[in-house]
Ligand binder design. Structure first.
Ligand code: C2E
Ligand code: MG
Ligand code: MG
Length: 736
C-alpha cells in the first residue's frame, strides 16, 4: 500500500495540492507591499513566514483529511496534474492496480506506470500491440467525459472515468465492475442461449431492443425485422401489454402471438423490468403453450363427446340443455327432450359382433343428425340410447311428428360389411316446463317414458306421465328400505306345502320370501322382487333365502323337500353353483331334498353357461322345476332344452278350470306331456274342491294352493308335519 509522503520538499506537488484546495501557495516576499496587503486581505498570500508555515501545516491537515475522506470511498480515485503526474490517490485505487509504492509516488507520470504495467503484462489487451495500446490509452486520458473499460490480467474489469479539472489536471475514477461484468455475462449467456424465446423491449413496448436465438427461430423473423416490430404488432388480439396487469393476472393469462408465417401461437409470458445497456427495459420470457392448449382442447372435447360417434355426451348435453332452458324460461317456448333407444341392439352386437354394432351406431347417429334441424341438439347417452333436444317447439304434436320421422329414418335397413341390418327404435318424450325445468329431470322423465314405450310396444313413442314418476319414486324408496332389510336380516321365508294329490300327503314346501315391514306389514315378493332384480339386490335376497330354506328344511323329516325360487339374474351374477354347494354343505341338507324353481324367461336365454350350471346342479342331485309353465312364449320348446324334474302349471290355468273348457284342455295336455316326459306335474293356485277334483281326475301329481294352505312361517310347519304324522286327513285338513 503506497503511503503518502510529506510534501515539504516537493514543490510541484505542493503547488498541485494547494491548487486542489483552491489556495495556490505563491511565493510571498517578492510582492510590493501595497499589493501584498491587498493580497493578504484577499487571502491570497500568507503574511509572515510563521503564518506561511502555519498555513502549510493547515494545508497538510486538510490534505490528510482529504486523503482519509477519499480512502473510504468504494471507488478508486486518482488526481493527476496537467502533465499527467500523480498528485493523490486513494487506497482503493492502489488496490485495484496492485502496484508497489515505488511506482506510485507523487510526481510519477501515469504514462510511466502504464508502461511498466504493459511490460509486466498487466493489460492483456495490450499484448502484441503495446505501443499502439499505450497511445490509445493516453489519448483516452485526454478525452475527458468518456468512460471505458479495462481488463486486467487476473480477469478483473475496471471502469475508467476520467475528467479534466479546471487547471488541466485530471480526476480519474476507477470502479471495479468485475462482478457486474460477470453478472452481465451470465445474463447474456442466459439470454442468448436460452431455449425459451426472450425479447427485451422498451418500457412502452414500442421498440424491441434485443431478441435471443430461440425467439428468432420461434417467430421466424430475422433480428433486423424484429427491430422494426413492436410488442403490440406481435400480439394477435390484445392491445394491452403483458406487463401492465397485476402479477397474478400476468401469470394466469395466456397470449396469442402471430408468427412471421402468419400462424397463431399461444404463449405464457413472464415479464421483468431490468436495465438493458443503460436504459430501463422489459425482459419477456415466452413459453409456447400452443401444444398444451391443443391437448387441453382435445381433452375437453373428449370429455364432452362420445368417442364412437363424435356426438356430444351426457355432460355436454346437460350444459346445452341448461343454456336452452335458461333462454326459454320466460317465453312460451318449450324444450322437448326425446330419448331414443334402439330395439334389440344387443342382439346385433351378440350375433354380428361389436365391429358391426359400432358401425350400426355410427350409421344411426348419422341418420339422426341428418333428420334433425341444425339447431336441434343430438347426443349419445349410453350404448344404445340417444337424446334429441328440440327448442322452439310449443305443441306436443310437433314432438310426435319428429318422433315419427326419427323412428322411420332409423328403420330403413343398413348395409354393414355385406350384412343387411334392420333395427327399430322406441322414443320417450318429456317437455319443459310441465315434465321438469331442469335438464337432469327432463332426461330422467324422458327415459322413464322410453321404458314405457319399450314395454308397451317397441318401435313406438311414449310421453312422460306424472304417474310414471310416482312409481319410480316408490321403487326408489323400496330399494333403500330393502337394502336395510337385507342388512338387518329381516327377510324370511314362509312355506307353502306341496301336496301329493294321490295320497294327500305333504311332499314338500315352497319357500316364499316375506318382508315384515314396520309400517306396511308383510310385503309380498311381487312388490319388491322386481326392484331387487333391477338393482342387483336379488343375489343377496336369493342367497339369504336359499340359506334359510335349507337350514329350516334340514330339521324337517327326510322325505320332505324344500323348493326355492331362483331369479334369472342369479345365474348371471356370482357363482350360483358354488353358492348352492356351499349352502348344502353348511346346512347339512341332502341335495336330493332341494328343488330349485326357475322360470321360462331364464331358459329363454338358453345360453350355454346357464344350461351348464343347470346340468351341474342336477348332477349334484338337486331337482330343477319349471315354474309358471304356460305363461311364457314358447314353453314347449324349452322343455327340450333341459331335462326338468318338475313342471308347475301356472295358477292362471288352474283358476279357469271350472269354467273354461280351453283351460281344461290345456291343463290336460300339460299333464299328459309331463307323463310322456316322465316329469312330475304340479298345479299351482288350487283354491277350490272343484279344481282339486278336476286335477285329480286328469291325473295331476301334485297340488299347491290356498285350498291346502297359504305359506306359513317355519314354526307352524313343524306342527303341521307332526299333525300329518298323527294320521290327519289329507288335503283340506290343512286349510288354516
Ligand atoms: P311362485 O313361485 O309362482 O309362487 C307361488 C305364488 O302363488 C306365491 O305368491 C303364493 O303365495 C301364491 N299362491 C299360492 N297358492 C295360491 C292360491 O291358491 N291362490 C293364489 N291366488 N295365489 C297362490 P307370492 O308368495 O306372492 O310369490 C310371488 C312370486 O314371487 C313367486 O311366484 C315367485 O316367483 C316370487 N318369489 C317368491 N319368493 C321368492 C324368492 O325367494 N326368490 C325369488 N327369486 N322369487 C320369489
Ligand atoms: Mg315358485
Ligand atoms: Mg309359480
Amino acid at each position: 500500500m503506497p503511503k503518502m509522503r510529506p510534501i515539504k520538499n516537493n514543490r510541484p506537488t505542493q503547488v498541485a495540492i494547494a491548487r486542489l484546495f483552491g489556495r495556490p501557495a505563491k511565493p510571498h516576499s517578492t510582492l510590493p507591499s501595497r499589493r501584498r496587503r491587498a493580497a493578504v486581505e484577499a487571502g491570497e498570500i500568507v503574511r509572515t513566514r510563521a503564518e506561511a508555515e502555519a498555513a502549510i501545516v493547515e494545508a497538510r491537515k486538510s490534505h490528510e483529511r482529504l486523503r482519509e475522506a477519499i480512502d473510504i470511498l468504494p471507488q478508486g480515485i486518482v488526481f493527476l496534474d496537467a502533465e499527467g503526474r500523480y498528485i493523490l490517490w486513494n487506497k482503493k485505487y492502489a488496490e485495484i492496480y496492485n502496484r508497489s509504492s515505488d511506482l506510485f509516488k507523487p510526481g510519477a507520470r501515469l504514462e510511466d506506470t502504464i508502461r511498466v504495467g504493459v511490460e509486466r503484462g498487466d493489460y492483456p489487451e495490450a499484448i502484441g500491440r503495446e505501443e499502439q495500446w499505450i497511445a490509445e490509452r493516453l489519448a483516452k486520458l485526454y478525452q475527458p467525459g468518456t468512460q471505458h473499460e479495462q481488463t486486467l490480467a487476473d480477469g478483473r474489469v475496471v471502469l475508467i472515468d476520467e475528467r479534466l479539472t479546471e487547471d488541466g489536471g485530471i480526476i480519474g475514477l476507477r470502479v471495479d465492475i468485475t462482478e457486474l461484468k460477470q453478472r452481465e455475462a451470465s445474463f447474456r449467456l442466459l439470454f442468448d442461449s436460452n431455449p425459451a424465446p426472450m425479447i427485451v423491449c422498451s418500457l412502452d413496448g414500442e421498440h424491441i431492443l434485443g431478441v435471443n436465438d430461440a425467439a428468432i427461430e420461434h417467430y421466424g423473423y430475422s433480428r433486423v425485422e424484429f427491430e422494426r416490430l413492436t410488442i403490440r404488432s406481435l400480439q394477435a388480439f390484445d392491445t394491452e401489454l403483458p406487463w401492465t396487469g397485476s402479477n397474478d393476472e400476468q401469470t394466469a393469462r395466456t397470449w396469442k402471438h402471430v408468427r412471421a408465417d402468419g400462424a397463431l401461437i399461444d404463449l405464457a409470458i413472464y415479464s421483468r423490468q431490468l436495465v438493458y445497456g443503460d436504459q430501463p427495459a422489459i425482459l419477456l420470457a415466452l413459453m409456447d403453450i400452443t401444444e398444451r392448449k391443443r391437448a387441453e382442447a382435445r381433452l375437453t372435447f373428449m370429455a364432452q363427446h362420445d368417442g364412437l360417434t363424435g356426438l356430444p355426451n351426457r355432460t355436454l348435453l346437460r350444459q346445452q340443455m341448461d343454456d336452452l332452458l335458461l333462454h326459454t324460461r320466460r317465453s312460451a317456448e318449450k324444450v322437448t327432450v326425446l330419448v331414443l333407444g334402439l330395439d334389440n341392439f344387443k342382439a346385433v352386437n351378440d350375433t354380428l359382433g361389436h365391429g358391426i354394432g359400432d358401425k350400426l351406431l355410427r350409421g344411426v347417429a348419422k341418420r339422426l343428425r341428418s333428420t334433425l334441424r341444425e339447431e336441434d341438439v343430438l347426443a349419445r347417452l349410453n350404448s344404445d340410447e340417444f337424446a334429441i333436444v328440440q327448442s322452439g317447439v310449443t305443441r306436443p304434436e310437433d314432438a310426435v311428428l319428429l318422433a315419427r320421422r326419427l323412428v322411420e329414418a332409423i328403420g330403413d335397413p343398413y348395409l354393414l360389411d355385406g350384412h343387411s341390418v334392420v333395427i327399430g327404435a322406441s322414443i320417450g318424450i318429456a317437455m319443459s316446463p310441465g315434465d321438469g325445468d331442469e335438464s337432469e329431470k327432463l332426461l330422467k322423465n324422458a327415459d322413464m317414458a322410453l321404458s314405457r314405450a319399450k314395454n308397451d310396444f317397441r318401435g313406438t313413442f311414449s310421453f312422460f306421465e306424472a304417474e310414471m314418476d310416482a312409481r319410480a319414486q316408490t321403487r326408489r324408496k323400496i330399494e333403500i328400505e330393502l337394502r336395510d332389510a337385507i342388512q338387518n336380516d329381516v327377510l324370511l321365508p314362509h312355506y307353502q306345502p306341496l301336496i301329493d294329490l294321490a295320497t294327500g300327503r305333504i311332499t314338500g314346501f315352497e319357500a316364499l320370501v316375506r318382508w315384515p315391514h314396520p309400517e306396511r306389514g308383510m310385503i309380498s315378493p311381487g312388490d319388491f322382487i322386481p326392484v331387487a332384480e333391477e338393482t342387483g339386490l336379488i343375489s343377496a335376497v336369493g342367497g339369504l333365502m336359499l340359506r334359510r330354506a335349507c337350514m329350516d328344511a334340514a330339521h324337517w323329516p327326510d322325505d320332505v323337500r324344500v323348493a326355492v325360487n331362483l331369479s334369472p339374474l342369479q345365474f348371471r351374477v356370482g357363482n350360483l353353483l358354488s353358492t348352492v354347494m356351499d349352502t348344502l354343505k353348511q346346512t347339512g341338507l341332502a341335495a336330493t331334498r332341494l328343488e330349485l324353481e326357475i322360470t321360462e324367461t331364464l331358459v329363454l336365454e338358453k345360453s350355454s353357461q346357464v344350461l351348464a350350471t343347470l346340468h351341474a346342479l342336477r348332477s349334484l342331485g338337486v331337482r330343477i322345476s319349471m315354474d309358471d309353465f304356460g305363461t311364457g312364449y314358447s314353453s314347449l320348446s324349452y322343455l327340450r332344452s333341459f331335462p326338468f324334474d318338475k313342471i308347475k302349471i301356472d295358477q292362471s290355468f288352474v283358476r279357469d278350470l271350472g269354467s273354461d273348457r280351453d283351460a281344461q284342455a290345456i291343463v290336460r295336455s300339460i299333464i299328459s306331456l309331463g307323463k310322456g316326459l316322465g316329469v312330475t306335474i304340479t298345479a299351482e293356485g288350487v283354491e277350490t274342491e272343484a279344481e282339486l277334483s278336476c286335477l285329480r281326475n286328469e291325473g295331476c301329481h301334485e297340488g299347491q294352493g290356498f285350498l291346502f294352505s297359504r305359506a306359513r312361517p317355519n314354526a307352524e310347519i313343524v306342527s303341521l308335519l307332526q299333525a300329518q304324522r298323527g294320521g290327519d286327513p289329507v288335503g283340506t285338513a290343512l286349510v288354516a
